[in-house]
Design a protein around this ligand. Structure first.
Ligand SMILES: [Zn+2]
Length: 253
C-alpha cells in the first residue's frame, strides 16, 4: 500500500481544465499503484497547480476519498482572507495540512506573521509543511525550523524535500519529536542517487516513524521515487512505515 504524501496537479498546455488535471493525477496514481495521495495547493489565488479553494472543490470529502488536500498560505498575499478560509476548511476536514512555500517565496519560517498559522495548525492538530532545500534555502533553513519547534514544541512540522540535496541537515533536527521529513524530490537526479541513498538510509534508520514518502509529482517522477525508495535495503516493516503508516498517522488519513 502506498500513500504519496506530496504531489501537485500537473501543469502545461495539454490540460485545459482542472478536471483534466484531476483525471491525469488519478491515472498516474493507478498506473503506479498509489492508493492515496495528498495534493498540495499553491499559496496564491491564481495558480496552475490550483489554489486551496480550487483543490477542495475538485476533491470533495467522501468516505472513499483517495486524494486529500493540503492548503497553501502566504503572509504576502491575501493573508487574513486565506487564514480565515483555512479555518473553515479545517473545521469541515477538507484539508489535512498547511503548506508554506519558504524559499519559493521570500519569507522566513520564523516570520512573526506566521504565528497565527502555527497556532491554527496546533488548534486543529494538523501538520505545517514547509519547502526546504534548493531555491533560496535560507528561508526555510534548519536553524529556523529549530526556532519554530522551540517556540511550538507540540506543532507537527514537515520538512518537504529534506533540504535536498543536503539530506544530512535533517540529522540536526531529529531530536525534536514533532519534526517529520518528507522524501519528495530526493530521487530527482539519477547522478546523485547513490549519495542521496546513503543519507536517506541513515535518516530512516534513526527515525523510521518520522520519514514520509512523497514524490513531488508532477515536477518529479512518481514512478522513479517509488522505485528509488523501494530499492533501499530496509526491512519490509520499515518500508511499510515510510510508504504508508507514517503518512496515515501524521495526516490522520
Ligand atoms: Zn512540492
Amino acid at each position: 500500500m502506498i500513500i504519496d504524501a506530496h504531489l501537485h496537479l500537473p501543469v502545461g498546455e495539454k490540460f485545459r481544465t482542472l478536471q483534466e488535471k484531476k483525471e491525469k493525477l488519478l491515472a498516474e496514481m493507478n498506473e503506479n499503484h498509489v492508493d492515496k495521495c495528498i495534493v498540495i495547493a499553491d499559496s496564491w489565488p491564481e495558480s496552475e497547480i490550483g489554489s486551496t479553494d480550487e483543490l477542495t472543490d475538485l476533491f470533495p470529502v467522501t468516505e472513499e476519498q483517495r486524494v486529500l488536500v493540503a492548503g497553501g498560505i502566504s503572509p504576502d498575499v491575501s493573508f487574513r482572507e486565506s487564514l480565515s478560509k483555512l479555518n473553515g476548511y479545517l473545521d469541515r476536514r477538507q484539508i489535512v495540512g498547511i503548506k508554506l512555500y519558504t524559499g519559493h517565496e521570500k519569507f522566513y519560517l520564523d516570520d512573526e506573521r506566521l504565528s497565527e498559522v502555527y497556532e491554527t495548525a496546533l488548534r486543529y492538530n494538523v501538520p505545517v509543511l514547509f519547502h526546504s532545500g534548493w531555491d533560496d534555502a535560507q528561508y526555510g533553513n534548519a536553524d529556523l525550523a529549530e526556532k519554530v519547534l522551540g517556540k511550538y514544541p507540540e506543532l507537527k512540522l514537515v520538512c518537504c524535500h529534506c533540504w535536498y540535496p543536503h539530506i544530512q541537515k535533517c540529522m540536526k533536527l531529529i531530536k525534536y519529536p514533532n519534526m517529520f521529513f518528507d522524501l519528495s524530490s530526493v530521487a530527482d537526479d539519477a547522478d546523485t542517487q547513490n549519495d542521496i541513498a546513503d543519507s536517506v538510509m541513515t535518516l530512516i534508520e534513526k527515525v523510521p516513524d518520522r520519514v514520509i514518502f512523497g514524490s513531488d509529482s508532477f515536477g518529479c517522477s512518481m514512478k522513479e521515487h517509488i522505485r528509488f525508495i523501494g530499492s533501499l535495503d530496509l526491512a519490509p516493516e520499515t518500508k511499510q512505515k515510510i510508504f504508508y503508516d507514517n503518512a496515515k498517522r501524521i495526516y490522520q488519513i
